[in-house]
Design a protein around this ligand. Structure first.
Ligand SMILES: C[S@@+](CC[C@H](N)C(=O)[O-])C[C@H]1O[C@@H](n2cnc3c(N)ncnc32)[C@H](O)[C@@H]1O
Length: 267
């Protein structure tokens, strides 16, 4: 892998085949990007501008941003150059933490599901670099997780998964990641000199998508890496699969997943 200074808990293919991980990112984007983009447009994301999708992965979000902003230039950008090779140009490989763009040249930066994989020190460096490239008045839109406020469901699946979610958090924390990160972002952005910092919580529910679309967060596939790492037994994974199947058969099943975004302006 041609990778420049990946620092954090996201390593593609850990526990998954690479193609399976690409598919997971795609389904995750399909589920909640529309809601996230609504929040971004409400916080100034503008048509006809220069947009940087920082930590673009395989481009699932980059493609959706380009479709939503046909008059804008949307750059994919990542420290993982092999992943970035799967994204349509224009793309910007990050080397040694530097975004290869001039100072004051970007209108909006989108940073989705990246902060949770970084240590606080690396997040501070990334926020400083984002401020360097944003035009005065340019905006940063962070999308990330807070497992203390993840949402609700009609019950059966979530009860069975509590212990497993806890294991997932522990594993990610051991690698420098943080599944409560969204709570910390507003103060970190103020510290980095951003203004008009606005945390927003919205939701996607089974009124918006069929239940099967939520498998990407709650179905058994999600937990395969825990089996690969030895944190979960194959029997426990089977229990997750069984409870998910039961949940799908319940005519009253309901899921609401919270979508956390934080928006800020570079002065
Ligand atoms: C979970 S993936 C999210 C991909 C995409 N944003 C999405 O939502 O589908 C996290 C991505 O952040 C990238 N990444 C990690 N550290 C980074 C950094 N310091 N700067 C830019 N990207 C980074 C990883 O290589 C990976 O592609």
């Amino acid at each position: 892998m041609t990778t420049a200074s990946i620092s954090g808990s996201y390593i593609v293919g850990t526990g998954y085949a690479r193609g399976v991980e690409y598919d997971r990112l795609e389904r995750q984007a399909a589920l909640s990007c529309p809601r996230e983009f609504e929040a971004m447009f409400a916080h100034g994301l503008r048509h006809g501008g220069i947009v940087l999708d920082l930590g673009s992965g395989n481009g699932a979000v980059t493609r959706r941003l380009r479709a939503a902003l046909p008059d804008s230039v949307v750059y994919g950008s990542d420290v993982d150059h092999e992943l970035l090779a799967s994204v349509e140009p224009p793309v910007l490989p990050i080397v040694d933490g530097r975004i290869p763009l001039a100072d004051n040249s970007v209108d909006d930066v989108v940073m989705r599901f990246v902060a949770q994989h970084l240590t606080p020190r690396v997040r501070a460096e990334v926020f400083a670099e984002i401020r360097r490239v944003l035009v005065p008045g340019g905006r940063l839109h962070v999308v990330d997780v807070d497992d203390s406020d993840a949402g609700t469901s009609s019950g059966k699946v979530v009860r069975g998964l509590v212990a497993i979610f806890s294991e997932l958090r522990t594993l990610q924390a051991a690698d420098g990641g943080d599944r409560y990160v969204v709570k910390k972002i507003p103060a970190e952005l103020v510290e980095a000199g951003f203004t008009q910092v606005d945390p927003v919580t919205s939701a996607v529910t089974t009124d918006d998508h069929p239940i099967s679309a939520f498998a990407v967060h709650m179905g058994p596939d999600r937990y395969v890496p825990l089996v690969s790492s030895g944190a979960l037994t194959i029997e426990q994974l089977a229990v997750v699969g069984w409870s998910w199947e039961n949940f799908l058969r319940d005519p009253d099943a309901f899921i609401s997943i919270n979508v956390h975004t934080v928006h800020a302006v570079s002065p």
